[in-house]
Design a protein around this ligand. Structure first.
Ligand SMILES: C[S@@+](CC[C@H](N)C(=O)[O-])C[C@H]1O[C@@H](n2cnc3c(N)ncnc32)[C@H](O)[C@@H]1O
Length: 374
């Protein structure tokens, strides 16, 4: 089963908030990186080394790339002579949001004061659904301009060769590494590199744009300092809707069933609120082995408010080689949770009271029919 999504997906198989140990335990074969070298100073080194990390790494690398203070994941460099520092301690690249959330003990690894280089740029780039053809020109240009590209392993693997070959360094982490990965991207930018952090769909949809800003703030940096920019991509909701016909042309709400970051009672409350109004509903993160119960609860709530015959579109792997789509009735949805159609690479579109199926397409009227005769 494919679990190639970011942020919220992480909890599907393991504990999140991956620190160095977790990330390094990922089989090396899953990474596109050949060298497995790590870029940057560990926290233990940070006081003495981070301040000079830019010049150290820069002088090692003919490309002139400078490394940040990162630990987990794997980094591949185009330049064979690149000698990035390895971490020497179990440093925590971690949850900058700690100061806002009482429960976490994770702290930001390095602060803006650990870097004395002129900061580079940080761009959060949405790749769209998967295939290079689904990427916007602006996203492509941002990636071609980046010296370092940071992302979840699967997304780095999805990048076209023209982009990976142009970058000085690629840094990827497996599932669960989203906090450490984002901090790594920020540290690399603070160390003077132009960095792109990539994710599927759009960076503003259950993705890393917000986390990047939160971590920047926690480090005492500013968005302006790294010229932070978000380059939008086509979100799964839209890629999947396109595959289904025209289900989202009226008011729509999206709900993620991942309770990794949002408690399930809140998710249930949002589902009730959306389902009882005439929104079409996009369900993200619908199913994982650990979240069968969430999916079942979601189906129960939807059925409490909507006709069992309501059309529901299910799209797995939109824009990818294993893309599959099916339109069913709401009453059939729950049993499909146990099939390969519904997993962490699936998005579900629940029609509203007016949505119907015509010629194998979902259609949600926009309201034109009430004003025009056609
Ligand atoms: C953490 S969210 C990331 C969303 C992403 N930023 C976006 O804009 O679509 C991951 C969820 O997005 C949805 N998703 C991502 N890629 C998809 C694809 N190619 N086909 C269907 N759904 C996808 C799935 O619901 C998945 O569980």
């Amino acid at each position: 089963m494919n679990t190639d999504t970011d942020a919220d997906d992480a909890e599907s198989t393991s504990n999140c908030g991956a620190t160095t140990g977790e990330a390094e335990s990922e089989p090396s074969g899953s990474s596109p990186s050949a060298s497995g070298s790590k870029c940057g100073a560990s926290i233990a080194e940070a006081d003495s080394a981070a301040a000079s990390s830019a010049e150290t790494a820069g002088s090692d690398s003919p490309s002139g790339s400078k490394c940040g203070a990162g630990t987990s994941g794997s980094s591949a460099s185009r330049s064979p002579a690149s000698k990035a520092n390895s971490s020497t301690a179990g440093s925590k690249c971690g949850a900058s949001s700690s100061k806002k959330r009482e429960k976490t003990k994770e702290k930001v690894g390095s602060t803006v004061d650990d870097f004395d280089a002129e900061p580079g740029r940080l761009v959060a780039v949405g790749l769209g659904p998967g295939h290079p053809s689904g990427m916007t020109e602006r996203a492509r240009a941002a990636l071609l301009a980046a010296e370092h590209i940071v992302g979840y392993t699967t997304y780095i693997e999805l990048l076209p060769d023209e982009i990976t070959e142009r970058a000085d360094e690629l840094y990827d982490t497996p599932m669960c590494g989203e906090v450490s990965r984002t901090e790594e991207a920020i540290d690399r930018a603070l160390a003077g590199n132009d960095v792109a952090i990539v994710g599927s769909g759009d960076p503003n949809v259950y993705a890393l744009a917000g986390l990047a800003l939160e971590i920047l703030e926690s480090k005492g940096a500013t968005a302006t300092m790294v010229d932070f920019e978000v380059v939008p991509g086509v979100p799964a909701a839209q890629s999947c809707a396109a595959r289904l016909g025209a289900p989202l042309v009226n008011d729509t709400v999206s709900v993620s069933l991942s309770d990794h970051l949002v408690p399930m009672p809140e998710i249930e409350s949002r589902l009730h609120a959306a389902a009882k109004e005439s929104f079409t509903i996009v369900i993200y993160n619908p199913w994982s082995r650990k979240r069968r119960a969430n999916f079942e609860k979601c189906c129960e709530i939807l059925l409490a408010h909507r006709d069992p015959a309501t059309p529901v579109g299910i799209v797995h792997g939109a824009g990818r080689d294993d893309e599959r789509a099916r339109i069913v009735e709401l009453r059939e949805l729950e049993e499909l949770g146990e099939t390969e159609l519904v997993d962490m690479t699936t998005t579900i579109v629940v029609g509203n009271e007016e949505t119907y199926v015509w010629d194998d397409r979902m259609v949600t009227p926009r309201g034109y029919e009430t004003k025009y005769d056609y």
